[in-house]
Design a protein around this ligand. Sequence first.
Ligand code: SF4
Length: 325
Amino acid sequence: MTLAQLQELCAGLGFPRFTAKQICDWLYRKRVDSIDAMTNLSLAQRARLNEIAYIGRETPVRCQCSTDGTKKYLFEPGIEAVFIPDDDRATLCVSCQRGCKMGCRFCVTGQQGFHGHLSAGDILNQLFSIPEFDQLTNVVFMGMGEPMDNLDAVLDACSVLTSDWGLGWSPKRITVSTVGIIPGLKRFLDESQCHLAVSLHNAVPQERLLMMPVQKAFPLSEVLALLRKYDWSGQRRLSFEYTMFRGINDDLAHAQKLVDTLNGLDCRVNLIRFHESPEAPYKTSMPSTILAFQNYLNGHGVICTLRASRGQDIDAACGLLAGKN
Ligand code: SF4
């Protein structure tokens, strides 16, 4: 719950207004896992809270470790988060839904269908209940689900992470991804300062439609028109995710189309190696093709990086989360 939600709860219980701040402190600073541990609340207050509330802390039911140090955590029912340690960073990739409605053809999660929204508590639990919580430097909403399709919960979770009554993180430590659900995206851009990553994958509209059904309702051109209304020269960063599929979107004609489409927008492009799975009818691009694509973009004024592939051996890499136990 956010501070405002806790204030409403406390008002309904007849508690003083400042009690909500005390509860935030116990939940988000001290991270207690029981209401009884909130020792500056009176015994009567704790008893009343225990009647109507609980701290939704669920430890993961399973952890798989990759040879590269990546860990995939499974929470019941079917929620996955991926811990990705790096030299000076430790990132947690969190899920915001069980499954996903978007049906991207290359994504195992998308092929599995939609099984429900996560609450802000379910999202935050993925951080709070792993042993590496104190090491985390970054959070990315790039696990299962489409954040703009569950925006209230995502914004509340971001609010807990970035507010002074919560964890007090800089919004620069958080990146939220989307396929480009325009109504949610507009609200996100107006209400949040967290970084944004847009899943682009193909700048040719008819081809993007074949890979990403969302292109029909919310064409990339309209997503970009919206993004151009915002300032990307400051702290908040805009990036585009581009997964490389052999013979589909990885030649220089596609690179040129991408440069033309972005047309000077202040952004960067992250190339992602496709992780093959039996469920998806695509192949991984050749390393030399990826390099040529990257060089083309960098040579034409678009900052382009190749994202390191992590956790592939435990099905924790991009597009492979399926909530399997
Ligand atoms: Fe959903 Fe993202 Fe997979 Fe597309 S890529 S189906 S938006 S989880």
